[in-house]
Design a protein around this ligand. Structure first.
Ligand SMILES: [Zn+2]
Ligand SMILES: [Zn+2]
Length: 152
């Protein structure tokens, strides 16, 4: 189990320390995509301080109240890029709350200030998933739902 636990939640396949963990420890994320991945990992790991620190002051909430009942399962980055001080990332994040599954999709905007990228805002859309027993598992394992996360 140790290798699974230390694997970065963003799905890069790298160990956490060699991936988003570096940014959680204070290193500046070099691109909007790297920042977005590290923020996804911070959501998955419950690192509220990191999420607030990488949120642009103009849109940052006072506090987050992360929901422990939500497990972040899978991240897919569909598109990303930057032009000068502005950046964007379009992603889909699959989550589950107990037996309920959903996907959050967002076009996020980022800004580069004082040597760092910050998350500004986005247009989120939420979709419920109802995986059937024989459907591909929404976790991205490539196995059928009934023989993966749908077990039991
Ligand atoms: Zn990562
Ligand atoms: Zn699965």
């Amino acid at each position: 189990m140790t290798s699974t636990i230390s694997r970065c939640p963003c799905g890069s396949g790298l160990p956490l320390d060699a991936c988003c963990g570096r940014f959680h420890a204070g290193e500046a994320a070099p691109t909007p995509e790297a920042l977005m991945r590290s923020r996804y990992s911070a959501f998955a790991l419950g690192l509220e301080d990191y999420l607030l620190a990488t949120w642009h002051a103009s849109t940052c909430p006072v506090d987050l109240n992360l929901d422990d009942a939500t497990s972040w399962i899978r991240l897919e980055v569909l598109d990303h890029g930057s032009a000068g001080e502005r950046g964007h990332v379009h992603f889909r994040a699959t989550f589950r709350e107990g037996r309920r599954w959903g996907v959050l999709a967002e076009n996020s905007r980022f800004v580069h200030e004082a040597g760092r990228w910050f998350y500004v805002d986005g247009e989120p859309s939420m979709e419920r998933l109802k995986p059937g027993r024989n459907d591909p598992c929404p976790c991205g394992s490539g196995r059928k739902f009934k023989s993966c996360c749908g077990l039991g």
